[in-house]
Design a protein around this ligand. Structure first.
Ligand SMILES: *Cc1c(COP(=O)(O)O)cnc(C)c1O
Length: 405
C-alpha cells in the first residue's frame, strides 16, 4: 500500500468538507487572560481575546494556583517519578484526593492523568469486572465514556439524550437480576444543556442501577462550593460515582472519580489505565488542590461569569443572532454550515483579534455547526461589545439569517 497517498487523500477529504482541524498557535498571557498572543503562519504575532477557553474561570492564572505549583516544584522537582504503585505517589496526590472527596462529600477519590482517562479507566473497569454488568448510556455522552464502555465489552443500551422515560423503558425491559450502570453527564458541553438529575437518580434507584455522572463541565462552576450540579441540587449522596476534571474550571490538568471507599479502591486496584501510567507531577496536584480550595470559598468568579453569560446572550438577542438556549455557561451560536463556520472563525481571528474555534462534524451533528462561546469572569464589557459587533458584521457578510427581534 502507498501509505503517504492514503494519508494525503483522507486529509484532503477533511479539507474539502470544511472539517480539517487547524490549531491556533497561542501563547496565553499570565495576568492578561483571556488575552493571548497569537503566532500566525507567516511568523507574525498579534493579540487576541480568547472566547472559547475551558479555563472557564481563569483559574489557570490564579495567584494561589501558581504559588502552589511553584512551591511544589521547588520542594519536589518536576515529575512524580513513577506510577502510583512504584514510587510515584507523592504527598500532594494524597492531599488532592482528600480535597476531592471532601468536595463531593464522598468517602474517597482517585486522581487519574486526565478526565478522559478517568472515564475510560473507571467505566471500562467497572463494566468489565462487575459480572454481567449492562450499561445504559446517554446518547450524547462524551467520547471518553463511549471508549470506556466499548473497552469493557459490556452490553450497552443507548437512551435518548436526557430522556428519562426512555431510560426507564430500557431499564424496565432489562433482566431484573443483571447489575446495571447508568452513565451520563450533568452539563453537556456542546449544547450546554443540563440533565434532569433528580429524575434520572429516581429511576436509577427504582431499578437498583449504579449512577455514573460526568461533571467535567460543572465542577468549580455550580454549587456553593463548586461541587457541580449534583451539589447545587443537593443530590451528591445519591450519585454512585462522580467524575470530573482538573483541567477545565480548575485551570490545571488531571481527572478523577469520587465515590465510596470500596468503589474507589476497586478502580485503584483493577484499572489498567491507572496502574500502568506515571502519576501526574506533584506540582499539578498542588495547583489543582489550591484551585479547588479557592473555588470552595469564593463565589466571585462564578457570579461574574454568570453576569457575562447573561450580558452576551442579551446582546446577541439584540442583533438577532441565533444561539441555543440553555441553563449553563455555554453559549452556542448556530451557523449551520461547516464552511461558513470555519470562514467566520478565520475572519474573527485574522481581522478582529477574536478567537472562537469553529465546532463542526463529528464533534456536533452535520447542519448544527456552531461557534461555541464561553464567557468568563475576566471578559470585559468592551470585549463583549467587540465580539458582538464583529459577529454582526460577519453574519451580514455571510448572508446568514437572523431572528426577528
Ligand atoms: C473534556 C471532557 C472530558 C475529558 O476531560 P480531560 O480532563 O480534558 O481529559 C470528559 N468528559 C467530558 C464531558 C469532557 O468534555
Amino acid at each position: 500500500m502507498d501509505f503517504e497517498t492514503f494519508f494525503t487523500e483522507k486529509l484532503d477529504d477533511l479539507r474539502e468538507a470544511g472539517n480539517y482541524r487547524v490549531f491556533a498557535d497561542l501563547e496565553r498571557q499570565k495576568g492578561q487572560f483571556p488575552k493571548a498572543t497569537r503566532h500566525d503562519e507567516d511568523g507574525q504575532q498579534s493579540e487576541v481575546t480568547v472566547w472559547c477557553s475551558n479555563d472557564y474561570l481563569g483559574m489557570g492564572q490564579h495567584p494561589n494556583t501558581l504559588a502552589a505549583m511553584k512551591e511544589a516544584i521547588d520542594k519536589c522537582g518536576a515529575g512524580a517519578g513513577g506510577t502510583r504503585n512504584i514510587s510515584g505517589t507523592n504527598h500532594y496526590h494524597i492531599l488532592l484526593e482528600q480535597e476531592l472527596a471532601d468536595l463531593h462529600n464522598k468517602e474517597a477519590a482517585l486522581m487519574l492523568t486526565s478526565g478522559y482517562v478517568a472515564n475510560w479507566a473507571a467505566l471500562g473497569t467497572l463494566a468489565s469486572r462487575i459480572p454481567n454488568c449492562e450499561i445504559f448510556s446517554d446518547s450524547d455522552n462524551h467520547a471518553s465514556m463511549i471508549e470506556g464502555i466499548r473497552h469493557s465489552r459490556a452490553p450497552k443500551h443507548l437512551w435518548k439524550h436526557n430522556d428519562v422515560a426512555d431510560l426507564e423503558r430500557l431499564l424496565a425491559a432489562a433482566d431484573p437480576d443483571v447489575p446495571k450502570l447508568v452513565a451520563f453527564e450533568s452539563v453537556y458541553s456542546m449544547d450546554g444543556d443540563i440533565c434532569p438529575l433528580e429524575e434520572i437518580l429516581d429511576v436509577c434507584e427504582k431499578y437498583g442501577a449504579m449512577s455514573y455522572l460526568d461533571e467535567v463541565h460543572a465542577v468549580g462552576l455550580y454549587g456553593p462550593r463548586g461541587g457541580g450540579v449534583a451539589e447545587r441540587e443537593g443530590l451528591m449522596d445519591r450519585v454512585t460515582v462522580i467524575q470530573g476534571t482538573l483541567g477545565k474550571a480548575y485551570g490545571v490538568m488531571g481527572g478523577y472519580i469520587a465515590a465510596s471507599s470500596n468503589l474507589v479502591d476497586f478502580v485503584r486496584s483493577f484499572a489498567s489505565g491507572f496502574i500502568f501510567s506515571t502519576a501526574l507531577p506533584p506540582a499539578l496536584a498542588a495547583g489543582a488542590t489550591a484551585s479547588i480550595q479557592h473555588l470552595k470559598q469564593s463565589d466571585m468568579e462564578r457570579m461574574r461569569q454568570r453576569r457575562n453569560v447573561k450580558k452576551l446572550r442579551e446582546k446577541l438577542d439584540g442583533i438577532g443572532l441565533p444561539h441555543m438556549m440553555n441553563d449553563s455557561h455555554i453559549v452556542p451560536v448556530m451557523v449551520g454550515d461547516p464552511k461558513k463556520c470555519k470562514f467566520i472563525s478565520d475572519l474573527l481571528l485574522d481581522q478582529y483579534g477574536v478567537y472562537v474555534q469553529p465546532i463542526n462534524y463529528p464533534t456536533v451533528p452535520k447542519g448544527t455547526e456552531r461557534l461555541r462561546i464561553t464567557p468568563g469572569p475576566l471578559h470585559t464589557d468592551q470585549d463583549i461589545d467587540h465580539l458582538v459587533g464583529a459577529l454582526s458584521e460577519l453574519w451580514s457578510q455571510c448572508a446568514l439569517s437572523r431572528a426577528v427581534a
